[in-house]
Ligand binder design. Structure first.
Ligand code: ZN
Length: 165
């Protein structure tokens, strides 16, 4: 497959990009990560007073049945973080009301995405929460609301995908 933007030969288009850690972890040096953080692929605590959860910001792709996913982090309150842990293996977690959060991933290719208001909707066991941005004029919020074209998915792959290869 050729990239429609630079004509380079590329592999499969990726419908999934994101960050394996919250921004707040990413910016710490190794010692601080060791001493101040607890992290796994889904949850992160920094200084025992900042709580983060990983989720999917889903953007349906127009004219297809496919969904593009930004894997991102949000902060949540200590109280909600405790609930997340209590309900981790419980079917009750899919009936939770959405938790308030602050977007905690700095996505490339957009204006600043840190600290956008969002909602964290937990889902069934084994599925990470859905993250919904507040409906604003931020380009990412607009894309979430209006969906994106396959052409935009090509562009995102061009801007991120083969930049990191
Ligand atoms: Zn390209």
């Amino acid at each position: 497959m050729k990239c429609s933007h630079c004509n380079e030969e590329i592999g499969e288009l990726s419908l999934f990009f994101g960050s394996k850690t919250p921004y707040h972890y990413l910016v710490l040096d190794e010692a601080a990560r060791q001493n101040r953080c607890e992290i796994n692929k889904d949850l992160c605590v920094i200084d025992q007073n900042q709580y983060f959860i990983r989720g999917d910001l889903e953007i349906p792709i127009l004219g297809t049945g496919d969904i593009f996913i930004w894997s991102v982090w949000s902060s949540i309150s200590e109280c909600n973080f405790t609930r997340v842990n209590d309900l981790w293996n419980s079917t009750a977690r899919q009936n939770e009301s959405a938790y308030f959060g602050w977007f905690s991933t700095q996505l490339p290719i957009y204006p600043n995405t840190l600290n956008l208001k969002c909602e964290v909707q937990t889902r069934e066991v084994g599925v990470c929460p859905k993250i919904l941005l507040e409906s604003t004029d931020h380009p990412l919020a607009i894309e979430q609301r209006k969906r994106i074209t396959m052409e935009r998915v090509h562009e995102i792959n061009h801007l991120i995908g083969h930049e990191t290869k």
